[in-house]
Write a protein that binds this ligand. Structure first.
Ligand code: AMP
Ligand code: ZN
Ligand code: FE
Ligand code: FE
Length: 281
């Protein structure tokens, strides 16, 4: 039995609907999946319903962008209450920041005489959590770039002319937000982030797990993070980080997380919720 706990949909910068993700998961034979859209849980209700019909276990989730000691850290939240008012208020703020950032990026493009309108990006994104991939798609659609890669290379990557830094909450705040919503906080793709030095501090801040299995992790990298998870008594998670058809063939199901890690994650969250003295705070 295998699972994929890192999947994006149209509600952020993926290209599939929740139902399409679940259908592909069914075809790939997944026993469990989690949606982890950036700064939103809007897809979770529909994915849970589709998983119910397909006999797949659904785990609610999200991916937050945070900062710890100057490093950008992505934090996955799992088994969160998707109706938690504090979580929803936090996400509404992050979504507003994302929309404002799109306007700044487009403003920079306009300064470079690339005639794109923010509305073109918003219409194409058609979601509350737009990101740079949507700007890239709009640039390709308008004929300013021939591929998404070119859009990132020429304009959107860090330190390229249209790059605008993103507001990031502290990792401590992100972890606390997820805990208050009854969930577990997991550091996403540490092998991509390459900031192992921040892990002890994040553990101190309440980090619950490490995403050891990820599309961009080699076997050696995965083994390294499995060792770190063991050393710091952290949960182990993994997923493909599938964004749909953004980058060629869909990745869903290509990272094969053994199901026992999902069971361990679930058991951990239930135990934390039941123990008010050591509650997830
Ligand atoms: P944002 O949240 O707006 O900062 O955008 C981050 C998203 O852009 C991530 O989900 C990545 O998948 C995607 N991305 C980042 N860098 C690149 C790149 N060089 N080429 C294509 N996609 C990228
Ligand atoms: Zn993404
Ligand atoms: Fe990420
Ligand atoms: Fe992701």
């Amino acid at each position: 039995m295998i699972a994929d706990l890192h999947l994006h949909t149209k509600f952020s910068d993926g290209t599939f609907s929740p139902e399409e993700v679940v259908e592909l998961a069914r075809r790939r034979g997944l026993a469990a999946l989690a949606l982890t859209d950036h700064d939103t849980v809007e897809g979770c209700g529909r994915a849970a319903a589709a998983c119910g019909r397909a006999g797949i276990e659904f785990v609610s989730g999200t991916e937050l962008t945070a900062e710890h000691e100057g490093e950008e850290i992505h934090i996955l939240g799992y088994f969160i209450d998707t109706h938690n008012p504090g979580l929803l208020a936090g996400m509404a703020k992050f979504q507003a920041v994302r929309q404002e950032r799109i306007r700044s990026i487009v403003g920079r493009l306009n300064q470079m005489r690339v005639p794109l309108r923010p509305e073109a990006v918003f219409n194409l994104a058609n979601c509350r959590a737009p990101g740079r991939p949507h700007v890239a798609r709009a640039l390709v659609q308008a004929g300013h770039c021939s591929s998404l890669d070119e859009a990132f290379e020429r304009f959107l990557k860090r330190n390229r002319p249209a790059w605008v830094p993103k507001f990031k909450m502290s990792a401590t705040d992100a972890i606390a937000l997820l805990h208050r919503a009854g969930g577990a906080a997991v550091m996403a793709h540490p092998g991509l982030t390459r900031a192992d030095r921040v892990i002890p501090g994040m553990v101190e801040a309440g980090l619950d797990g490490l995403e050891c299995f990820h599309t961009k992790h080699s076997t050696t990298t995965t083994e390294h993070y499995l060792e770190l998870a063991d050393r710091y008594h952290l949960l182990v998670t993994g997923g493909s980080d599938c964004h749909g058809l953004n980058k060629g063939k869909p990745l869903i199901g290509t990272v094969r997380l053994p199901y026992r890690h999902v069971a361990a994650l679930r058991a951990y969250v239930i135990k934390q919720r039941a123990a008010p003295s050591t509650a997830l705070t």
